[in-house]
Design a protein around this ligand. Sequence first.
Ligand SMILES: *Cc1c(COP(=O)(O)O)cnc(C)c1O
Length: 373
Amino acid sequence: MHDERNDADGLSIESWLVSGGRDRTPGAPLNVPLVPASNFILGERRAYARDDGTPTWEALEEIVGGMEGGESVAFASGMAAIAAVFEQLPAGALVLLPDDCYQGVSGLAAAGEARGRWTVRKIAVADTAAWIAGSLDADLIWLESPSNPLLSVADVRAICAAPRKTSAIVGVDNTFATPLNQQPLRLGAEVSMLSATKFIGGHSDLLGGVVTVRDARLAAALRHTRELTGATPGVMEAFLAVRGVRTLALRLERAQRSAGMLAERLAAHPEVTVTRYPGLASHPTHAVAREQLKGFGTIISFDVRGGAEAADLVCTKVRLIHHATSLGAVESTMERRAGIPGQEHLPPSLLRLSVGIENAEDLWRDLDQALRG
Ligand SMILES: *Cc1c(COP(=O)(O)O)cnc(C)c1O
């Protein structure tokens, strides 16, 4: 059910993310060069970076586009990428949004709604029938799967197959899955979006975002929005993202294996009341996850016995895991999500753990000692 080939080169994604975006002319640097340039000598395609791109960020677009199976446009951050998709909407548009999603997206949607730009309707991630019914007159169907932080997996294929306006966009925030575990365009979506800040970069040292689309006109429109709003990727950030993505398959494979093990042990831990991981049979969306995802990812969320205070204490007691926000990096990070503005609706003791590439037994010992206090 999962197509591992990429359209551009006929390679597996694992090989493409290593080989893509490189210049193979004799004498060329083997690596994508860092090209800090705002402008170029006139007479060729490139005149000004904000309008015409730079070789460094175009290499990132080429690599991600090959992984996702479409044409990519890179932005200054994941939020800049999402905002550019929302920018395509006509006045008075109807937006369907998951009830569980990244707080920046719900914040952006609410701000636009308050200004009268669009109307937002929230739907439970797993309520496929409601997504299908709502799709009929929606202009943007925004999915996030697996969702942050409840890790609910939407039935992307079924939702994409539902009847919708010809101008409607189904967009999937693919940040948690990465193109290695899920390729939304191949499931029927118009847009796949990644916060490159997370798994693509993988080292907590950059902000970046990428939107990938199947339709060349939509790609051109997004590039035009980037030109007008100026949300261009930084050259250093694009360089670091290219460097980071080379090891994505290795990082993901390792961290994902550890996450599966840690999720099972957390689920059996006396100090943990609920463990959410799409790979656990107990997860409400496990069946769809098995059908749709190649791997279950590296993020786990779990509730600690004793409420917010007990959960905060666990965060102060971890020694290997970092008490920090964000996710998808080589180092494991953990935070209490209900403490974040806009996330107060979440279970108060929910901890979101992003499993890194450290030794899995070391991570388990660290969690266990922190939980036992
Ligand atoms: C981090 C994140 C974003 C926003 O990306 P930035 O690069 O921080 O702007 C969007 N969606 C998800 C799922 C994220 O984790």
